[in-house]
Design a protein around this ligand. Structure first.
Ligand code: NAD
Length: 482
């Protein structure tokens, strides 16, 4: 179903994110017939280039990052005709009149701030001063949304000076993933799980987001951020909220976000000994190309973590006593994002301990191979008597729904279409972001005050040994990263 016609301005339209994600995503929506052919995309960035050069640049980006399906030159050409370009200065006056001239009336106006957060306030102010926005205009802002509570609060205020909360779309692309939305469908569309979804039946929950890549070219940014700010405060926190929240009364933006906010506010402060921080070592097979973390960020004394594992609790009736274990890191053994709900043991084994015992685990896999798996205990086939084994009820989307069912809709393209539709459900509200920082800040301050030094871990491993010990102390194990 096509969305309403729109003018989408991408500030930072020549940048890495625009070329790798935003424009290839829009191209796929164009090919799918969801982007109306008369919609307009206006790249706005610092480079002084003309529209032909811009279209060539984006054409090349789509060929390179457009995904596995081959690009039809006719489609691409038609899509590129929807693009125009304005050289603009977010901090000055260059380009703003030209931008105003290019924009049409009576269509949805959306402005994507794909630039450094330091420019958000300047852009908001100039959009307003040049009369480019009306009450229905939307702005989309990228992470990082602040680096602590104070800066996030300031960003919120800078935007609130010119826009209502209902116009601000804070992107967390994890929320745009198909399986993340499926998590809500599984929880609230089935009778099966929700009655068990509490501390009475759930032993613990694990959320792992493992990457194989190191910091790459983002060293300078990353070293000022670290895994806590870059991943936990936003992506892992959002996943935790969707797992832990109460059923909202309706699937509407504020009902959902109210429930998520309650979860964040109920998070207990984390004890220092419930956190393990790590920094990756050089890849032994290729230390030149994949050096250790400190070399990669060119800071030999860096105390920034590229890995974090932690245990936290949610202080409410549903989850009291059920630990949530969070883990994320770079240069780990596999690229894998998975949430596992580990259920308790059956209260009594009628088969005797020698038959073996298995816990039911519901695994929600975000990447790769998006899907949901439920471990069920059955009898081992054969004449060996009653021996129990664990088999997966496996619903990998590509298998269950066919290759088209697991339609290759990237998080960004889904979220941009939601912006045009005016649906904020999958975007973070300002108070959520601030609450997440309010929980994160004391943890980071504690490290700074104590002079905490991250523990080294081998490249392509599951992180420092202390991470496994964090679990073992509780008589539990991390799920294997595969
Ligand atoms: P980039 O450095 O590749 O591009 C920056 C863009 O901003 C360029 O188009 C540049 O012309 C424009 N710009 C810079 N100063 C400007 C000014 N004064 N006026 C007008 N335009 C100006 O950055 P990026 O990697 O595309 O990231 C953009 C934003 O998205 C950042 O906030 C970043 O943190 C965020 N982000 C990026 C990624 C990613 O994968 N690249 C992922 C998540 C979030």
């Amino acid at each position: 179903i096509p969305v309403a016609s729109f003018d989408l301005v991408i500030f930072g339209g020549t940048g890495d994110l625009a070329r790798r994600k935003i424009l290839p995503g829009l191209f796929r929506r164009y090919c799918a017939g969801q982007m109306p052919p008369e919609a307009r995309i206006i790249g706005a960035a610092r480079a002084d280039i003309d529209v032909t050069t811009y279209r060539d640049m984006i054409g090349e980006a789509i060929a390179e990052f457009g995904g596995s399906t081959s690009v039809d030159p006719e489609d691409l050409n038609a899509f590129l005709q929807t693009l125009s370009y304005v050289a603009i200065d977010a901090r000055g006056e260059t380009g703003w009149r030209e931008l105003a001239k290019q924009m049409r009336r009576k269509v949805v106006r959306a402005f994507y701030f794909s630039v450094a957060p330091g420019l958000f306030g300047d852009l908001a102010e100039r959009l307003n001063n040049h009369g480019l926005t009306d009450d229905d205009s939307r702005i989309v802002v990228e992470k990082p949304f602040g680096r602590d509570l104070e800066s996030a609060h300031q960003l919120n205020q800078d935007l609130a000076a010119f826009f209502d909360e209902g116009q601000i779309y804070r992107i967390d692309h994890y929320l745009g993933k198909e399986t993340v939305q499926n998590l809500m469908a599984v929880r609230f569309g089935n009778m099966l799980f929700e009655p068990l979804w509490n501390s009475q039946f759930v032993d613990h929950i694990q959320i792992t987001v493992a990457e194989t890549v190191g910091v790459g070219g983002r060293g300078e940014y990353y070293d000022k951020s670290g895994a806590m700010r870059d991943m936990v405060q936003n992506h892992l926190m959002q996943l935790l909220c969707l797992i832990a929240m109460e059923p909202p009364a309706r699937f509407d933006p504020d009902a959902v976000r109210d429930e998520k906010l309650k979860v964040i506010r109920a998070l207990e402060p984390v004890e220092p000994h419930h956190i393990v921080r790590g920094q990756y070592e050089a890849d032994q097979d290729n230390p030149e190309e994949h050096p250790d973390y400190r070399t990669a960020v060119e800071n030999p004394k860096s105390r920034t973590e590229s890995f974090i594992a932690m245990k936290t609790h949610i202080a409410n009736w549903r989850w009291a006593g059920t630990p949530f274990y969070l883990r994320t890191g770079k240069r780990m053994v596999a690229r894998s994002s998975e949430i596992s709900i580990v259920f308790k043991d059956t209260p009594h084994s009628i088969f005797g301990e020698e038959a073996g015992r298995h816990r039911n685990v519901l695994s929600i896999r975000l990447q790769p191979n998006e899907g949901i798996k439920l471990g069920v205990t059955i009898k081992e086939p054969g004449p060996g008597g009653m021996r129990l084994i664990d088999v997966p009820l496996d619903m990998t989307f590509a298998d269950a729904l066919g290759p088209d069912g697991a339609e290759n809709v990237d998080a960004y393209e889904r979220l941009i279409m939601d912006v045009i539709r005016g649906n904020q459900t999958l975007f973070m509200r300002g108070d959520e972001v601030e609450a997440a920082w309010a929980w994160t800040d004391p943890i980071i301050e504690g490290w700074t005050n104590r002079g905490d030094v991250p523990k080294p871990y081998a490249s392509h491993s599951a992180g420092p040994d202390a991470s496994a010990q964090l679990m073992r102390r509780d008589d539990r194990d991390w799920r294997e990263v595969t």
